[in-house]
Design a protein around this ligand. Structure first.
Ligand SMILES: Nc1ncnc2c1ncn2[C@@H]1O[C@H](COP(=O)(O)OP(=O)(O)OP(=O)(O)O)[C@@H](O)[C@H]1O
Length: 229
């Protein structure tokens, strides 16, 4: 089973005369452990596609199988359940400012009823160690650099042991070195854990981490290149 399989996926915003198609007949497969970068001009539909795959909005047309679940006609309950199996990373990291790095990561484990508070904090500490933040566990986001904050997001996305990570412009707010460090880290973790990554980016500095680069234009996939290497 591939983590992501899209067939004939179309999507439009608005209704009636205001209806505006933004995705047109998209086919896309992401394999286990594969890192796919999604590029394309502003407005080409990348973020919309990512939110559909992430079960953050309801499908309209076509088929999307994500981690084995069909999203077309899926109930809200089924979508919520699927979202818990996906790691999300965003440009502005979405960390809670009043919680420490460790608490931010531990929060992502709260869905797991089997783990008590102490076990969650312990696991969060180990994940922070895995992203190179040992010694920074008890700092709040404001006391970390942009790159370190994005590493906390990576640790948080990995917390629930996801089969798929969806990232939207994760390096946009970072300088070149921190951006490359974060994506390299993401790559190493994905490869060692067999997690698939679909990453939207405008950042030409990180194209070399991809297994495949998919280009979108006007709601269509116009090019899919396997990166040699
Ligand atoms: N909630 C919404 N309601 C109506 N139109 C929307 C909505 N969200 C996005 N759009 C429009 O849909 C189109 C695709 O937007 P989307 O954000 O998916 O593109 P994108 O490729 O991610 O762009 P960017 O690179 O600028 O983030 C754009 O024309 C946008 O204006």
């Amino acid at each position: 089973m591939n983590p992501v399989e899209l067939r004939g996926l179309s999507y439009a915003y608005g209704e009636g005369e205001l209806r505006r198609p933004v995705l047109r007949n998209v086919d896309l497969t992401v394999r286990t452990g594969e890192i796919v970068l999604l590029t394309g001009p502003s407005g080409s539909g990348k973020t919309t596609l990512l939110t559909l795959i992430g079960a953050l909005r309801a499908m309209q047309e076509g088929s999307a199988r994500v981690l084995g679940e069909e999203l077309m006609d899926a109930t809200e309950t089924a979508r919520v359940r699927l979202r818990r199996r996906i790691g999300f990373i965003f440009q502005n990291h979405n960390l809670l400012g009043f919680l420490t790095a460790r608490q931010n990561v531990a929060m992502a484990l709260e869905q797991d009823g089997a783990l008590g508070e102490a076990a969650r904090l312990d696991r969060a500490g180990r994940l922070l160690g895995a992203v190179g933040l040992a010694g920074h566990e008890d700092r709040v986001p404001a006391k970390l650099s942009g790159g370190q904050r994005q590493r906390v997001s990576v640790a948080r996305a990995l917390a629930a042991d996801p089969g798929l990570i969806l990232a939207d412009e994760p390096t946009a707010a970072l300088d070149k070195a921190s951006g490359q460090e974060v994506v390299q880290l993401l790559r190493n973790l994905a490869k060692s854990r067999g997690v698939a990554i679909l990453l939207v980016t405008h950042d030409p500095r990180i194209l070399d981490i991809a297994d495949r680069i998919v280009a979108m234009e006007d709601g269509r996939i116009v090019q899919s290149d396997t990166v040699p290497g």
